[in-house]
Design a protein around this ligand. Structure first.
Ligand SMILES: [Zn+2]
Ligand SMILES: [Zn+2]
Length: 98
């Protein structure tokens, strides 16, 4: 697990998507150099391996285009609610998903 706490949920050990025990964490914003920023900002959720990247493509976040897009949109929504403005998000993460 990363060093910072999630600002998205307080249920640290429960998969955000299915409620089973979490085995890892998913950073809502990810990609080259982006995951580290999401870690610093706490924009991440606990996940089980199946929901994260080991389930069938339709059941997981990664390599599921719509799920990946929604993940980034949620990350930005939480950022704008708790951290900063849309313009600050755009500057920090390189683009706006909303
Ligand atoms: Zn799950
Ligand atoms: Zn992930």
């Amino acid at each position: 697990m990363g060093k910072t706490k999630s600002i998205v949920t307080e249920r640290e050990k429960i998969c955000f998507f299915c409620g089973r025990p979490a085995e890892g964490e998913h950073h809502l914003l990810f990609g080259s150099g982006i995951r580290e920023l999401a870690e610093q900002d706490g924009l991440k959720v606990p996940v089980c391996n199946k929901c994260h990247n080991m389930g069938a493509a339709i059941e997981r976040i990664h390599d599921n285009i719509m799920a990946e897009k929604l993940s980034k949109m949620l990350g930005q929504a939480v950022y704008e609610k708790q951290i900063g403005t849309r313009e600050e998000f755009r500057t920090r993460y390189g683009k706006s998903y909303l």
